[in-house]
Design a protein around this ligand. Sequence first.
Ligand code: ZN
Length: 151
Amino acid sequence: MFLLIHVLTGGLIGEYFHSIIFVILFSLLSHFFLDMIPHWDGGDFDRKLFNKTGMAFVGKISIILTVIDTIIGIFLIFFLYKEFHSRFVLAGAFAAMIPDIAKFGYLTKLKHNRHYINYLKFDSRIQKEANWKFGLVIQIAITLLLLIMLF
Ligand SMILES: [Zn+2]
């Protein structure tokens, strides 16, 4: 699922709930539930291979899309903070991003950590992928719904 959607969801949670622990926990959890909704992220990541072996071969397209996705996510966090001036919105938006940001750890020594790889496999296996038309329509619909609820 695009980071944009995770960030908006976390922001929404922070707008409605005002306990920092609750907002962080709920936003983190929301990430995994959203990833279970059929979606399409594009890219050329070999998920089957990763789920089986824990070895990631990430193609150029996936890297570029991930970088763009992350930049949009970070900008959106700043924007939400500017709009709402709320530490709850900020905390929720940031926490909702963490499960995906954590994937960058694969570029470090963490790559050899069994628990870390198990986490990545868990994250990878819960993803529900759809064909691009259906997957994109779903993501656009969720984004619009979140924008309507937030603003
Ligand atoms: Zn994710």
